[in-house]
Every structure is written in C-alpha cells, then in structure tokens.
Design a protein. Structure first.
Length: 291
C-alpha cells in the first residue's frame, strides 16, 4: 500500500499533468499554459481581493463629486466602460465564451492602479483620476485591463502559480526531510511535532509563492505589450489613436505616485509616444470583419 507521502506525490504529479496536458492554447503563435476557466475565475478573484486588501485605504479622501456627477471618475468610468466592453466583444467574439460581461468598480485606495480577474471584474483605484483626468487617458487605463482579460493573462498566471506550487511540493527536500523527521522521531511530542510540521509547510508555501511570483514577473513585459495593443484596438473603435492617447497623459505628474503599477503605465505611454505604434506579433487579433 502506498505511503501517504507517495500518495501525495502522485496527486501532485497528476495535477501537474492535467494542467500541462489539457489546458494549453495558442494565440497566433505564442503558446500559453492555461487552466480551466472555472479554476482561473476562482483563483484570479481571490488574487484580486488580496491585492486590494494589500493596498492601504484612502482614509483622508476629501468629499468630491458623488457617483454619477459630471466629471467624476465614477461617471466617466460608467460611461466609458460599456463602450469599451462592447468594442471588446465585437472585436474578439471568442471572449463571449469566457466572460459574460465587464464590471467596473471604483476603489478608495491610497495609490493609483487597476486590478482585475478573469471573469471581467475590474477595479480602478481612485487616485487614477489624477493621472488620467481626460476620457482618452482613462479609457486607455481601463482598456489595458480589459486587454489582460482578452489575452487570458489571468489564466496564464494562475497556471504558473499552481504548477510552481506543485513542483515545490516535490522538489523541496529540506521540507520533506523535516516532515519525515517530525513523523519518525518527534511523534511522541505533539506540540513539537505540530511546530516542526508547520515550519516545513511554511517553507514549501514560501518557496512556491516566491517561485510563482518570479515566473509571473517574467511574463509581465510580454503581457503588458499584448494588453497595450489590445487596448489600442479597442480605443480605435472609440475614435482615439496612439498620439491622442499619449498626449492625454502629458500633464500627468509621473513622480507624484511612483509605484510598480505606474512604472508599467508610463512604459506603455512612452511606447505610444514613439511613432509608429505597432501591435506586437503573436497576440489575440481582432477579427477582420469587425475592424
């Protein structure tokens, strides 16, 4: 009869085989390792919530125009969101097989940014309003996040995280040795046994987390280029071109809120400012009939 350790190992190997074997798709040449849509939806939604929790709330926000007031970020996002969503479903018909609709929410946070999940829920952090005061700028910020959904980047990141977590369970000998020692030599002392097991489990969790972050970070430049190109396809439907979008950010203070998210935004804007802006190869293409 297989030992619990062997059973666990086989389970992890089977999970990795399933992820790698039946969920690989390609967008015009770039192979992506993906997970089933329901799994990506759950995982990416949890990840989205964790990201929002990790960013401090804006407790000192001054009371401004209320929801729906002309010029407020709620009003602009509420107006631009449906237009961008309609463009996305028109240009990328297969999107409707994965996403029922796009929902846009405004989150009162202390720094600018956007986060989303694979199901089409997109949160815009309120300080984005200061960096994107015009419709062209805000539409680009929102369209970039839609681009991540269209290109299935959440699914790709979920697959990477789960595979790395599985590999950590297999190839972390120190943690495995700690478990063996715990079971063989310390079983008589429940408190010590529990402590040692917790340390071993923590080492696996930490390693898998760091490993998945490294892999996802490596994906980021390519994913950013893909989401930018998709964003510009969407904005073309709204009448904006690359020079107009780049010009919309001219007055933004790039030093006022320097974060990882803003650094990626400015990299995207700079690419728009370097004519001619061209879509990178190997990304989801808009259908010819919709263009």
């Amino acid at each position: 009869m297989p030992t619990p350790a062997i059973t666990q190992l086989l389970a992890v190997l089977c999970a990795c085989a399933i992820l790698g074997g039946c969920a690989t798709s390609s967008h015009d040449g770039r192979a992506q390792t993906l997970v089933p849509a329901p799994l990506a939806a759950v995982y990416s939604d949890v990840n989205m919530q964790l990201k929002l929790v990790a960013i401090a709330d804006d407790l000192n926000r001054c009371t401004g125009p209320g929801w729906g007031a002309p010029g407020s970020i709620e009003e602009r996002a509420g107006r631009l969101g449906p237009e961008l969503a309609a463009a996305a479903f028109k240009l990328y018909p297969e999107l409707g097989n994965r996403v029922e609709r796009f929902d846009f929410i405004i989150a009162d946070k202390s720094e600018p940014g956007t986060v989303s999940n694979s199901s089409g829920r997109i949160a815009i952090l309120r300080p984005v309003n200061a960096l994107a005061p015009t419709d062209a700028a805000l539409a680009f910020v929102m369209a970039r996040e839609i681009g991540h959904v269209v290109a299935m980047h959440h699914d790709e990141n979920t697959a990477a995280s789960l595979i790395i977590s599985g590999l950590a369970q297999i190839f972390l000998p120190v943690a495995n040795v700690a478990r063996i020692i715990t079971k063989v030599f310390l079983s008589s002392t429940a408190a010590v046994s529990a402590s040692a097991t917790a340390v071993a489990n923590a080492s696996v969790t930490a390693t898998s987390f760091v490993g998945s972050r490294v892999v996802v970070t490596a994906y980021r430049p390519k994913q950013r280029d893909e989401s930018d190109a998709i964003a510009m396809n969407l904005l073309a439907r709204l009448g904006y071109n690359a020079p107009a979008v780049a010009a919309a950010f001219t007055a933004a203070d790039r030093k006022s809120a320097a974060t990882e998210w803003t650094s990626h935004l400015w990299a995207s804007v700079d690419r728009l400012s370097a004519p001619p802006f061209t879509s990178p190869a190997n990304l989801p293409q808009a259908t010819a009939s919709a263009q």
